[in-house]
Design a protein. Structure first.
Length: 249
């Protein structure tokens, strides 16, 4: 797949610093999509078709709810609820009044078991999120852009090498993307750079988080804890990704 490059936001995120520039980019995308989801564009037919069909995961429903636009959200959720209900209805009705079980040679195949049919229908109803999908495809573009800049822009390569690294999920995502678009020695050099950066970042955070725990020791009163004050939210970001309040110590 060929991706369109998007270098400016990637450069901005690397200049911003933090424990994962890709998480910063993802956080901005998410905020933009939350704003769009209940704005004027939300009522456009193709957007409505996608959100009616796929709905939103728990995280994105919560973010939409927190944006305080209750009426547009209720309209969007209402049509999704109706579509979900229509799709579940046959399976719910069959499971609610099962036909008497037939024994022996005529026993039903597992696929026709109304309970399993309902289980599958429910699985499908809860596994899609229109916002997660949109974020993921945009993040693929950013991951690809990082690899492209790393290979073609010496200044970016230096910035990358001197960065504080990435969260573990985005470290993996970078390796997966490199596996698809980089080959041989280039891929090996990139992976070695990334591994070295991550090794250093984990060692640094271990020290910072340890120092943070020492703040709670009464014997440490009056000491300067410097960068370790916000070590906990930064470690949270590093381990599992996500945007955490890094500046709140
Ligand atoms: Zn990340
Ligand atoms: Zn989602």
């Amino acid at each position: 797949m060929q991706y369109h490059l998007d270098t400016i936001p990637v450069w901005d995120a690397f200049h911003e610093g933090g424990e994962c520039p890709l998480c910063s980019l993802q956080g901005k995308l998410e905020q933009d999509f939350v704003d769009l989801a209940l704005g004027g564009a939300a009522m456009e037919p193709d957007v409505r078709i996608a959100s009616n069909e796929k709905g939103y995961c728990a995280r994105h429903l919560t973010l939409l709810y927190q944006s305080q636009r209750r009426l547009p959200m209720a309209l969007v959720v209402h049509t999704h609820l109706m579509e979900t209900h229509a799709r579940l209805k046959p399976a719910l009705e069959r499971a609610a009044s099962p036909a008497p079980a037939k024994g022996g040679l005529f026993s039903k195949k597992a696929a026709e078991d109304p309970i399993q049919v309902l289980e599958k229908a429910l699985e499908k109803a809860v596994s899609t999120c229109v916002m997660c999908e949109r974020i993921e495809s945009n993040m693929d573009r950013y991951l690809y852009t990082v690899l492209h800049l790393y290979q073609h822009d010496a200044e970016f390569q230096r910035t990358f090498q001197e960065s504080a690294g990435f969260c573990l999920p985005h470290t993996r995502a970078l390796l997966v993307m490199a596996g698809k678009h980089m080959h041989g020695a280039k891929r090996a050099t990139f992976a070695a750079d990334l591994a070295r950066i991550q090794e250093a970042a984990l060692t640094r955070l271990e020290g910072e988080l340890y120092q943070f725990t020492q703040m709670f020791d009464y014997r440490s009163q009056g000491k300067d804890f410097g960068s370790s004050r916000d070590a906990l939210p930064r470690t949270m970001t590093k381990l599992r990704g996500g945007v955490t309040p890094e500046k709140n110590g």
